[in-house]
Design a binder for this molecule. Structure first.
Ligand SMILES: [Zn+2]
Ligand SMILES: [Zn+2]
Length: 163
């Protein structure tokens, strides 16, 4: 059980690397024709890019199927992929792009940094020239920026109390 959970957590961390590689070299590579839908402004509920959820979902399902009778390490890899998919969906689709409007503004430095890094990725609407391909791992410079913004906000809020 413990090794299982360890395998699951390792898979979760590894998935960030997989997602980064996929995003940088495949989505902004030969599968750009699908990913392009995510770099274009539109008013549709779904994008071609959403197919990647089906891809990772199928992958996780296969790991579950082959690793569940009896339960072995493949089951836990499937669980890790599923967990990462869930985190990715919540952060990327719900929190950053607000496809479902449940989260308000945040003063959490990590979430702010993550949001900024991804918005920078979207600044470029082209196949080439983007940066910040990861999701949960954020470059330190965004942390510094986010920290400064949050600190400023706090100072302003404190200042307004006196009136
Ligand atoms: Zn992209
Ligand atoms: Zn995005």
């Amino acid at each position: 059980m413990l090794t299982g959970i360890g395998t699951m957590l390792l898979t979760f961390v590894a998935m960030e690397g997989v997602a980064w590689l996929m995003h940088k070299y495949v989505l902004h590579g030969f599968l750009w024709f699908l990913h392009k839908s995510h770099h274009t402004h539109h008013h549709h509920a779904f994008e071609w890019n959403d197919l990647f959820f089906a891809y990772y979902g199928t992958l996780a399902m296969l790991f579950f199927i082959f690793g569940s009778d009896p339960i072995d390490y493949r089951f836990w890899i499937g669980a890790g992929i599923t967990l990462y998919g869930l985190a990715y969906f919540l952060i990327h689709d719900v929190f950053i792009h607000r496809r479902i409007k449940v989260f308000g503004k945040t003063s959490n430095v990590y979430l702010k940094a993550l949001n900024m890094a991804h918005k920078v990725h979207h600044k470029v609407q082209d196949k080439n020239g983007s940066e910040s391909f990861g999701m949960l791992w954020v470059a330190p410079r965004y942390f510094r920026l986010a920290y400064e913004i949050v600190k400023k906000q706090e100072q302003e809020e404190r200042g307004s109390v006196h009136y």
